[in-house]
Design a protein around this ligand. Structure first.
Ligand code: NAP
Length: 248
């Protein structure tokens, strides 16, 4: 049963897979046949997310991606429980917005150590196994803000631009071992993260988006599933914007 679908027989880790974009990614990978490990901070929410995915065998693992030791331990547990990991989606991310002059040290470091440090911690933890097996696809969820910047988001933009450098370096370093690494840079997507923008700001934003709407988590998830799977076999080191044309 598990072999069916383009990702049949593969184990995927999705960080921040309990809600928003990560939940949609976990859903798309599961529908394509992958067995999904949902990682998040909130154990109950992660368990509910894993239980709601199509097919069987998915599981939830509490893990703070900003903690390097926790990432190593969690990857070991996932591999013992579900099998060798061949897909990693580094999606967990946070915002702590503030104007530059008021930005506190903790607002800077929490965002950088979660969004960028988390992707590094997880990538390092899965890469030995992927290289040994000469098979793997890593997809980092960055942001168009990492390409164009944003007032009040120096920490967030820097973390996401850093992800682009990480993506290209990992792609170059692991290509000869059969491991691909790409990034998806979403524009404004309707999730908890953008819920607090308010109607007025949302209407103003739509004017800057050629496709005239905010994105849905599924718009991002479909591209992640494509990059993770066999149809993207000749694609590595790319940053693909999924933003309704906003950043072109
Ligand atoms: P969201 O709804 O706020 O969900 C964030 C997810 O990340 C949750 O599952 C959360 O887990 C998890 N998470 C946060 N900190 C974590 C940590 N230290 N360790 C493990 N998991 C952690 O966010 P979203 O809007 O779906 O965004 C997902 C990704 O897309 C982020 O990287 C974000 O920067 C990026 N992105 C979003 C947008 C947008 O418009 N929404 C645009 C561009 C890029 P808990 O449920 O346990 O808290």
């Amino acid at each position: 049963m598990k072999e069916a679908g383009e990702l049949g027989g593969q184990v995927a880790i999705v960080t921040g897979g309990s809600r928003g974009i990560g939940l949609a990614v976990a859903g798309a990978l599961a529908r394509a046949g992958a067995t999904v490990a949902v990682l998040a901070l909130d154990e109950e929410r992660a368990a509910a997310a894993a239980a709601g995915l199509a097919g069987e065998g998915h599981a939830a693992f509490p893990c703070d991606v900003a903690d390097p030791g926790a990432c190593k331990r969690t990857v070991r547990t996932v591999e013992k429980t579900l099998g060798p990991v061949s897909i990693l989606v580094n999606n967990a991310g946070i915002t702590r917005d503030n104007i530059l002059l008021r930005m506190r040290d903790d607002e800077w470091s929490e965002v950088v150590s979660t969004n960028l440090g988390g992707a590094f911690n997880m990538t390092r933890a899965v890469s030995r196994g992927m290289m040994k097996r000469r098979h793997g696809s890593i997809v980092n969820i960055s942001s168009v803000i990492g390409l164009i910047g944003n007032p009040g988001q120096a920490n967030y933009a820097a973390s996401k631009a850093g992800l682009h450098g990480l993506t290209r370096s990992v792609a170059r370093e692991l290509a000869s071992r059969g491991v691909r690494c790409n990034a998806v840079a979403p524009g404004f997507i309707t999730t908890d993260m953008t819920a607090e923008l308010g109607e007025e700001v949302t209407e103003e934003l739509k004017k800057r988006i050629p496709l005239s709407r905010l994105g849905e988590p599924g718009d991002v998830a479909d591209v992640v599933r494509f990059l993770a799977g066999p149809e993207a076999r000749y694609i590595t080191g790319q940053i693909i914007a999924v933003d309704g044309g906003m950043a072109m």
